[in-house]
Design a binder for this molecule. Structure first.
Ligand code: DGT
Ligand code: CA
Ligand code: CA
Ligand code: ZN
Length: 565
């Protein structure tokens, strides 16, 4: 989406400027980074006429005049001149290097000056030749961390987050609505299965004028490049670098095509075999009886499933993880939906690194129909901006209690996100923590430890009676860093014993626990809780991505943490 693109450009400009020294560049960089933050979660389309306006943009908190001009310039011309200048002046490919976790503008500058590193390739070479460890401030540990990140970035490139894909598809579908020839349109592929990342977006269309509808599709304004333009199939590359494949299908085989193109491939293979064993042939055109090839069903996807396996299988389950067998035995899970979510137990406010007040978060909670929310600002020595110290505690807890009393219609719990230190202790005075409604514990720092030590560390925290939720248990960031290692079985076992709920963090960058681990956890009898970890009221809307993970993990209502008060 254009907002993300602009946010990225501003961030990159900030990084280039940070490489220059001097106080002035520090402030310029910081202003650009702030603006980038604001835009990356800005809910309206910046390219719409009402927002593409310097004076209007300038009024937004965190956006200055020159930033507003950059935004408008990009929307009008597709470029920001100052950015192009920064890029052409710089000897290094900063954008490429910054994709490597743990590499910032300052280290890029140093590695360039000392070792002549200009891109990821030369970075990798320098690391393999053991040169990075020799540079002041780097060392062996940093060098191997950089190498690890490079491998990770290489194997994980080319996929986009579900939230970016969803944003694009909503925009595209709005545009496709203008084509009155379209009878039916559906998203298929991994996006319909709600996977955490999407390789490309697949859509299916049935139209009364195929040619006209294809032409309409390839004329979409957000296209960077038309990759293929055919009668029944076209592919485009959006400006946001996401590929969209479209297929035109007959209404009479729409259900069969939807089934086929939703995948997964593994699920399809198994379903086709079931069809054969029952005397049918299943293809993207329909379900046919084998002898005479008579069309049994093609229009209605649900009916195809009912004929073959007795039950409709939700797209989120179609990964060949036993769903076909379960359907045949009428044993499918009754998946949760967004409306089963009664509250959100991790969010940050202006008391630590959040953007909005307790009151604003509570009001948004009411708008979302929640019964409760939990305020969980960062506590203690955390190197995160503004963590709440022991001397701030009184003010913090009083502010939450006051909000809870004064705002009718929603329970506001007082909590905190507390760091689990290296030894497994909570990094805050435990006698103060006792006064909170619950503690949500997590690991952010000192994550490079052995699997055994990390398991011990987490288990010890779980044994602490104050801890009620383990937040983002693996610490992974999608496409940026893998989770830290620990013995999942052991941790889940203890979580169950100690009645600690495991979080599915709904932030699209985290989605942690992921679908696979969540599935293991609930099979072991653990409770899960889906939280957004919001740092602004807008992010409270991310709940749906956590629900997607839970559905893909076969989570039913009885596995959700139940709050009674
Ligand atoms: P992605 O795009 O990597 O996130 O994953 P998908 O699942 O969207 O995969 P994609 O876009 O390659 O294809 C969309 C669906 O079409 C896929 O889930 C199943 C179906 N499909 C594609 N190619 C084949 C194939 O060769 N055999 C079968 N059985 N199905 C296929
Ligand atoms: Ca796809
Ligand atoms: Ca595709
Ligand atoms: Zn936070």
């Amino acid at each position: 989406m254009i907002n993300t693109q602009i946010a990225e450009i501003l961030f990159n400009m900030a990084s280039y400027i940070e490489m220059e020294s001097g106080k002035n560049s520090f402030f310029r960089a910081r202003a650009l980074k702030n603006a980038s933050d604001v835009l990356s979660s800005f809910p309206y389309d910046l390219s719409s006429p009402e927002w593409c306006d310097v004076q209007r943009l300038e009024k937004l908190q965190g956006i200055g005049k020159s930033t507003a001009e950059h935004i408008v310039e990009f929307i009008k011309t597709g470029k920001v001149k100052d950015y192009e200048t920064l890029k052409s002046k710089s000897p290094v490919k900063l954008e490429e290097l910054l994709r490597i976790q743990g590499v910032g503008p300052k280290s890029v500058l140093k590695l360039y000056e000392k070792l002549g590193v200009t891109d990821v390739e030369s970075l990798k070479k320098a690391a393999l030749e053991n040169k990075i460890s020799q540079v002041d401030g780097f060392g062996d540990k940093k060098q191997s961390a950089i190498l690890e990140s490079i491998e990770f970035a290489i194997t994980h490139s080319g996929r986009v987050s579900i939230s970016d894909a969803e944003y694009e598809i909503n925009q595209l579908f709005d545009y496709m609505k203008d084509d009155k020839n379209i009878i039916q349109i559906n998203v298929a592929g991994s996006l319909r299965r709600r996977k955490e990342t999407i390789g490309d977006i697949d859509i299916l269309v049935s139209s009364s004028d195929a040619k006209a509808s294809m032409l309409h599709f390839v004329s979409y304004k957000n296209i960077e490049k038309v990759l293929a333009h055919g009668e029944t199939k076209s592919s485009i590359w959006l400006k946001s670098k996401i590929q969209v494949d479209i297929r035109l299908v007959d209404l009479d085989s729409f259900g069969a095509a939807l089934q086929y193109f939703t995948g997964s491939k593994e699920h399809n293979v198994k379903l086709r075999n079931i069809a054969i064993s029952k005397g049918y042939k299943l293809s993207e055109y329909g379900l046919f009886t084998r002898g005479d090839l008579k069309l049994k069903e093609g229009k209605d996807e649900k009916k195809i499933y009912e004929i073959l396996v007795n039950n409709y299988i939700e797209p989120e389950l179609r990964e060949d993880q036993g769903e076909i067998e379960a359907a045949s035995k009428k044993n499918l899970p009754n998946l949760i939906t967004l409306s089963d979510i009664e509250g959100d137990l991790q969010m940050h406010t202006t008391f630590s690194d959040g953007e909005n007040s307790i009151e604003a978060m509570a009001q948004k909670g009411i708008d979302l129909g929640y019964k409760y929310i939990g305020i969980t600002d960062h506590f203690g020595k955390l190197k995160i901006a503004n963590a709440i110290s022991e001397s701030d505690f009184e003010t913090y807890i009083n502010a939450i209690h006051k909000a809870d009393k004064e705002i009718p219609g929603i329970k506001v719990f007082a909590s905190g996100e507390i760091e689990i230190d290296k030894n497994g202790d909570l990094e805050f005075d435990n006698s103060l923590l006792e006064r909170l409604d619950y503690v949500i514990a997590s690991v952010h720092f000192a994550t490079k430890m052995s699997k055994e030590d990390m398991t011990k560390r987490i288990v010890k925290a779980l044994r602490n009676p104050l801890v009620k939720i383990l937040a983002h248990p693996t610490g992974r960031l999608i496409d940026q860093r893998p989770g830290f290692e620990f013995d999942h079985q052991e941790v889940f076992k203890v979580a169950k014993e100690e009645n600690v709920a495991l979080e599915i963090n709904a932030h699209p960058k985290r989605l942690d626990l992921n679908d696979k681990l969540t599935h293991i956890a609930i099979i072991m009898g653990c409770k899960v809780v889906i939280n957004t970890d919001s740092h602004s009221i807008r992010e409270l809307d991310n709940m749906r991505f956590g629900v997607d993970v839970a559905r893909r993990a076969w989570v039913q209502k009885d596995s959700l943490l139940k709050i009674d008060f």
